[in-house]
Design a protein around this ligand. Structure first.
Ligand SMILES: CC(C)(COP(=O)(O)OP(=O)(O)OC[C@H]1O[C@@H](n2cnc3c(N)ncnc32)[C@H](O)[C@@H]1OP(=O)(O)O)[C@@H](O)C(=O)NCCC(=O)NCCS
Length: 152
């Protein structure tokens, strides 16, 4: 079992991380730090004891979602828009695929968004999937998500 911890993305070495999808790797190398500094995203990394990046949650944003698009609960269906947390893409380093790190990453993101909802309104998490395979990954964990999964 790998020893790991979660940290906001900072001065970590991003050069050797690869999840297998160039678009996500490029985001981590070129944009994630800037977005964190500008506070337009809150990227978190899962690191090993040497602070090497094992996996990343690309962003966790607050915004509004339609209760129709979301599989909303009856008591919130009457609101035209509902406050929600958007879970942007997440990615696990290729060499660690299939070791349950993706599940741990998702649980960490859900837990952080649930904790934040005590202070900033958000009735659930909308996960944005980059492709069909990612969508299936989220659907596999559907019981942990509060509502529907969008495929971008
Ligand atoms: C998708 C990804 C995050 C999965 O991470 P992972 O660490 O390899 O997956 P895990 O080992 O945590 O898998 C946990 C469970 O999800 C299932 N799972 C993993 N990938 C899946 C997929 N694409 N579709 C359906 N189920 C999937 C596993 O079978 C496992 O099931 P189990 O717990 O019932 O045994 C990883 O493959 C990845 O980073 N891919 C490239 C980027 C990407 O597609 N990101 C997706 C979000 S945009």
């Amino acid at each position: 079992m790998i020893a790991y911890s979660f940290e906001p993305l900072g001065d970590h070495d991003r050069s050797s991380f690869s999840c297998g999808i160039p678009e996500l790797d490029d985001y981590l190398r070129l944009r994630a730090n800037q977005e964190a500094k500008r506070k337009v995203a809150a990227p978190f990394v899962m690191v090993d004891q040497g602070r090497r990046i094992l996996a990343i949650t690309h962003s966790l944003l607050t915004g509004f979602a339609s209760p129709v698009a979301a599989r909303s609960r009856q008591e919130i269906a009457r609101y035209p828009l509902i406050p929600a947390t958007l879970l942007g893409r997440l990615a696990v380093g290729r060499e660690h695929h299939g070791q349950k790190l993706g599940s741990l990453l998702l649980m960490d993101a859900l837990h952080r968004s649930w904790k934040n909802s005590a202070q900033i309104a958000s009735v659930g998490v909308v996960a944005e999937a980059i492709n069909e395979s990612a969508r299936k990954f989220y659907l596999h964990h559907e019981s942990f998500l509060f509502w529907s999964i969008r495929v971008s």
